[in-house]
Each structure stands twice: as structure tokens, then as C-alpha cells.
Design a binder for this molecule. Structure first.
Ligand code: XMP
Length: 510
């Protein structure tokens, strides 16, 4: 399938470039900067974007241009480090600037092919130390800023476009037009729509699976539920889906998911294993121990289901997983990517089960899965849900996890999340959660002294959970939520709001 290849030179924004391209309806693939030309050509590229990166083109061991890339004649789009690299390789001069330009800058005198259709002031997001001082032959300056003479350059004839700033970030509000113009230049057909994705995935699944059977574990989250819907549509009864309810989901969530999935006629076995999971968590307070205990139980419950199905139906050849593109880039060791916690996928299945893995969403971003979900009939409040960790509320219940403590947390969480929806703040927040801390403190209610628990509320803005900022929720909203919690959950007498970004904090408390 034709694509625009994004070469990752280590920028924190690389994924954003790929997502912007996908939003414009073109398929994009991220490759490491050291990819060889045959690797790149294997993705049938119509154009190549060179991302930004933290290094200077003069540092030792800096990633260069793939050998032979310039000879292909493919349209190229260099962003920040990508621009400096192209400038240097093509005979221009790159220097270390005495001052690092960081933040918003106003472009002056912008013109040229990629700026076609842009009107008015152009605010650009800058973040660079080095700068291009003299142009390679055949290039013209197409934008400047107060501090940077060559803020953008292009050689329209050769189809090479370079920007010192980041058109992919929100802080460059008109950046989308530039990316759109580049897409036009590559000649890519903009047909990467949810309908098309569904068609491609359904066809590929049918071709690969044929008449064989597929086992799928549903966690209650968006990814596995959507995968279930897709497989149900493609394979009908050859799908054996198992929803392991570990009793650690949010209020009402297990029921809603079950209703949505059985509603489309999915072959779904629901296993209420909450007692087994709670049993395994008795006396466990350490967060990693909790994760391990939950992972172990999950595998045990799922294995038992697999064995039962195999005894009933004969061999099951495939195990489907809702692995997403960011997980794939992550495990391939993307340059800029920090390490996140190991997700408790079905990683520990015994070898004698010998499944082949089926991962249709390996090329998709979360937003694309959400769109597919809606297309496949998952109610929008389920499709648009915030991310939720596999081990569920267990890790948000600091200290020991008991039925009683879980119930308190569930009520607090429900008040917070429902209020976010009620105030129209849910979709503006990337993820929101409540934490039950082991802390108790003195309070006063009516004329009574209380000695009850403290809960923490957390809401973050993020792109992919790798970095995050705390969301500036309105004070009046927080006041309402705090009142509601303390008035209706007697076990809680204090509510705090987390104002730590990631890093240095993580999103979950654990
Ligand atoms: P942290 O706490 O590491 O979380 O900043 C980053 C994002 O990952 C989610 N998360 C998980 N997701 N299984 C998951 O599927 C897990 O075990 C898990 N642990 C954390 C977390 O909710 C946040 O969105």
C-alpha cells in the first residue's frame, strides 16, 4: 500500500507528523532514521518526511540521510533537524546559533509552494539551536522570522521542502495547510478513511484466517472491543471472544461493554472472575506485585477458557490482540520514546497452545481505532472513553485492594467522570481518574469530627500518554465535584487535585 514514510530522527513530535498525515487521509509509516533505502522503498513511498531531532548535524554519530535517498527523486519534507540535514547534504551551510530559538515566532514574507493557500499572520513553533546560514544550490528562502533568516526553504523543481519550525504541532495553527500541500505534491490519493480502513482490515483478516478459528480476550477497553466487532463482522462464529471481568473496571462498565458486544450477535463468553482476582490481591500492597498477581490470574482464567473451547471445538489457530501502532513503534525502540510500564497483554500463554498472533490494528493509532469503533456500532460514549489501565482500579487503590475500598473508589470515580461529561469537559481531557490514597485525616462534618480517607483527582492533557500536562479544570467545576464527593461518599472527607505534569510524575499514581 502506498504511503508517506516519516523518518524518525528522534523528535518528540514524530508520531504527530504521522498522525497529521493520517488525518489528511493518507497512510503514513514511521521508520527509524537509519532505515536503508530498500527498507524505505518496501513501503511504496510517494514522499518522505524527515523529522526533527535533538542532535546537531555536527555532533559525532548523528543520523544522516539514507544512502541514495536523494537520487530517488521522491518529494522530501525536512522539518527542523531534517531541514538542517538536507541543507548540509545538499551543500548549504548550517551553523550553531548563539541563542536557541524556542517558542512562537511570526513568519515574515512567506511564499512558495507549500505556503499556497495560507493567508494572514503565520505563527510558527520553533525549537532549535542550529540554523541554516546559506542555501544549497537551487533553493530559495520562502519564510523568515526576526531571528532566523532562512526559516523555510524549498526547491520546488526538485520537490524538496524544508522548515525550521514544526508545522505538525498545535502551536503552529496553520501548519496543516503546509502538510496538505506536501501531500498534494506527492500525488497520494487521500483515501485513508475509516470506511477504507475497515474494508482493508476486513479483507486482510478474511484472507489470513480463512475458515480457521480465532480466540480473542476482551478487556473491556476500546481496542479489544473494537477488534471484537471487526472480527465478528469478518469471521462470524469462527470468532471465540472471552470477556474476563476482573472486577476492577469502573462503575457499570462491564455491563455496558457486554451489552454492546452481545447486541451485535458476537460469540462472547463472559467470565465473572472478580472473586478470583480479589482473592489473589488479598494482602498485596506493592504496585508491581499487584500487576503481577493480576497478570497471573488473567492468564489462568483465559487459559482455562482456551482449553475448554479447544476441547469443544478442536484446534484454534489464531490469537487476536488489539496491539496498536504506538506499541509497535515502542517495542521497535523508537529514539525519543521513554519506557512505559509493561502492559498486561496475553504475554504468558504456555507454548503448547501454539497460537499464531493476529494483530490487525498494528498499523493504527488510537484515534483511528475510535473511528472504526463508531463505524462498527460501538456506542460513542464507549468508543470515546479515556484510556484505562489493564490492571484497572487495583492500581488506583493505593495500599490493599478490598471490595470495600474498591467500592469507595468506584463511587468517587463515577462522580468525577460523570461531572466531566455533564460540564462538557470529558472530551477536552485526555485522561481523568480518581485515586484512593491510604491517607486518613481529621475533618469536620455537621458538628461531627470525622477521620476518613483522602482521594486524589487527576486530569491530564496529552497526545499519547508519554508526556502529559495537568489539565487546568475550572475551579468552580472542581469545587462542585469536591462537594459532591464529600457529601455522598461518607468514607471520604478530603479531596485533592494533582498538579504534577509527566515527567516528573506519571499519569497513574499506583
Ligand atoms: P503512566 O502512569 O505510566 O501511564 O504515566 C501512561 C498511560 O498508560 C496507561 N497505563 C496502562 N495501560 N495497561 C494499559 O493498557 C497497563 O498496565 C497500564 N498502566 C498504565 C495509563 O493509564 C496512562 O494512560
Amino acid at each position: 500500500m502506498a504511503s508517506i514514510v516519516v523518518l524518525d530522527y528522534g523528535s518528540q513530535y514524530t508520531r504527530l507528523i504521522a498522525r497529521r498525515l493520517r488525518e489528511l487521509g493518507v497512510f503514513s509509516t514511521i521508520l527509524q532514521a537509519d532505515a536503508s533505502l530498500p527498507d524505505i522503498l518496501a513501503h511504496d513511498p510517494a514522499g518522505v518526511v524527515l523529522s526533527g531531532g535533538p542532535k546537531s548535524v555536527y555532533d559525532p554519530d548523528t543520523p544522516g540521510l539514507p544512502d541514495g535517498l536523494l537520487d530517488t527523486g521522491l518529494p522530501l519534507f525536512g522539518i527542523c533537524y531534517g531541514m538542517q540535514l538536507l541543507a548540509k547534504e545538499l551543500g548549504g551551510e548550517v551553523v550553531r546559533s548563539p541563542v536557541r530559538e524556542y517558542g512562537k515566532a511570526l513568519l515574515t514574507g512567506y511564499r512558495g509552494e507549500l505556503f499556497g493557500g495560507v493567508e494572514g499572520d503565520f505563527v510558527a513553533w520553533m525549537s532549535h539551536g542550529d540554523a541554516v546560514m546559506s542555501l544549497p544550490e537551487g533553493f530559495g528562502v520562502v519564510a523568515s522570522t526576526q531571528d532566523t533568516e532562512i526559516a523555510a526553504m524549498e526547491s520546488s523543481g526538485r520537490g524538496i521542502y524544508c522548515m525550521q519550525f514544526h508545522p505538525e504541532v498545535q502551536h503552529t495553527p496553520k501548519g496543516r495547510t503546509l502538510i496538505e500541500n506536501f501531500v498534494r505534491r506527492t500525488g497520494m490519493v487521500r483515501d485513508w478513511t475509516p470506511e477504507h480502513i475497515l474494508e482493508v482490515m476486513t479483507r486482510e483478516v478474511k484472507e489470513r484466517v480463512g475458515d480457521e478459528r480465532v480466540m480473542l480476550a476482551i478487556s473491556g477497553g476500546v481496542d479489544s472491543s473494537t477488534l471484537g466487532l471487526l472480527l465478528n463482522r469478518a469471521l462470524g462464529d469462527n470468532l471465540q471472544a472471552v470477556f474476563v471481568d476482573h472486577g476492577l473496571l469502573r462503575a457499570g462498565e462491564a455491563e455496558e461493554v457486554e451489552k454492546a458486544l452481545t447486541g451485535v450477535g458476537m460469540n462472547l463468553t463472559v467470565v465473572d472472575a472478580s472473586e478470583q482476582f480479589l482473592g489473589a490481591l488479598v494482602g498485596v500492597s506493592d504496585p508491581e506485585d499487584k500487576r503481577r498477581a493480576i497478570g497471573r490470574e488473567f492468564i489462568e482464567v483465559f487459559n482455562a477458557q482456551v482449553k475448554a473451547k479447544q476441547a469443544e471445538l478442536g484446534a484454534i489457530r489464531f490469537l487476536a490482540q488489539g496491539t496498536l501502532y504506538p506499541d509497535v513503534i515502542e517495542s521497535a525502540g523508537g529514539h525519543g520514546a521513554a519506557n512505559i510500564k509493561s502492559h498486561h497483554n496475553v504475554g504468558g500463554l504456555p507454548e503448547d497452545l501454539q497460537f499464531e498472533l493476529l494483530e490487525p490494528f498494528r498499523t493504527l493509532f488510537k484515534d483511528e481505532v475510535r473511528e472504526l469503533a463508531t463505524l462498527l456500532g460501538l456506542p460513542s460514549y464507549l468508543a470515546g472513553r479515556h484510556p484505562f489501565p489493564g490492571p484497572g482500579l487495583a492500581i488506583r487503590c493505593l495500599g490493599e485492594v478490598t471490595q470495600g475500598r474498591l467500592e469507595v473508589l468506584r463511587r468517587v470515580d463515577d462522580i468525577f467522570i460523570s461531572a466531566l461529561r455533564e460540564f462538557g469537559l470529558y472530551d477536552e481531557t485526555w485522561q481523568a481518574l480518581a485515586v484512593l490514597t491510604p491517607l486518613r485525616s481529621v475533618g469536620v462534618m455537621g458538628d461531627q469530627r470525622t477521620y476518613e480517607s483522602t482521594v486524589a483527582l487527576r486530569a491530564v492533557s496529552s497526545v499519547d500518554g508519554m508526556t502529559a500536562d495537568w489539565t487546568r479544570l475550572p475551579h468552580d467545576f472542581l469545587a462542585t465535584v469536591s462537594n459532591r464527593i464529600v457529601n455522598s461518599v461518607p468514607e471520604v472527607n478530603r479531596v485533592v487535585f494533582d498538579i504534577t505534569s509527566k515527567p516528573p510524575g506519571t499519569i497513574e499514581w499506583e
